[in-house]
Write a protein of this length. Structure first.
Ligand SMILES: Cc1cc2nc3c(=O)[nH]c(=O)nc-3n(C[C@H](O)[C@H](O)[C@H](O)COP(=O)(O)O)c2cc1C
Length: 173
């Protein structure tokens, strides 16, 4: 059962590096202690379960589509993510999700390394995601994609340099 979201925010500190790894389906195969602490779940509850268990309903679907399209193409993604904790609370991060390969080049796992989101980024991203989410409720991802593209264009970019734009927003630009 998914927790009912509340407005309780869990603090991500400057020093926190929140790591989890996933298999090809996105199921959690490993996570570090700060991941368990912020999510509020025990390893027994979440290991081998989909990462989508910590998906927050405020997250626009198009962000996850973009994530998976890129991962499947072997490219890494940096994206702001609001996650849902077991107690209904939330925490915001800038996630960097990469594909790890074995020495022979075959797929090993996906690795997400998450850091604190800056206050500036929160001010920029939260209203953007809200607009995208609202658009999705009536028009699906076809409706949220143009909003995302327009946002990137205003910053002189496109989906091609999404990662750099997200990183620069986190730095305060
Ligand atoms: C390594 C890795 C880490 C992920 N971390 C998160 C995460 O922290 N929060 C999240 O909502 N989705 C995360 N995802 C994406 C989920 O797999 C999923 O696509 C997303 O939650 C949307 O769920 P849905 O596709 O069922 O709608 C991660 C995926 C991978 C491969």
């Amino acid at each position: 059962m998914q927790p009912i979201p509340t407005d309780l925010e869990h603090e991500v500190r400057d020093i926190d590096i929140i790591v989890s790894k996933g298999n090809e389906a996105g199921d959690i195969t490993y996570a570090n202690p700060i991941f368990w602490k912020l999510s509020g779940y025990t390893q027994g509850e979440l290991l081998d379960k989909p990462h989508a268990i910590i998906r927050h309903p405020d997250m626009p679907s198009i962000i996850f589509k973009f994530l998976w399209d890129n991962l499947k193409a072997g490219k890494d993604v940096k994206a702001f993510v609001k996650n849902l904790s077991k107690d209904g609370g939330y925490y915001w991060v800038l996630a960097h999700v990469k594909v790890a390969t074995n020495p022979d080049g075959s797929f090993r796992n996906y690795v997400s390394t998450r850091r604190k989101m800056s206050p500036h980024a929160r001010e920029v991203i939260e209203p953007l995601y809200k607009r995208m989410r609202e658009a999705e409720q009536s028009g699906g991802m076809e409706a949220s994609l143009p909003i995302l593209e327009e946002f990137l264009k205003e910053r002189g970019g496109s989906l091609e340099n999404f990662n750099e734009i997200m990183e620069s927003i986190n730095k305060g630009h």
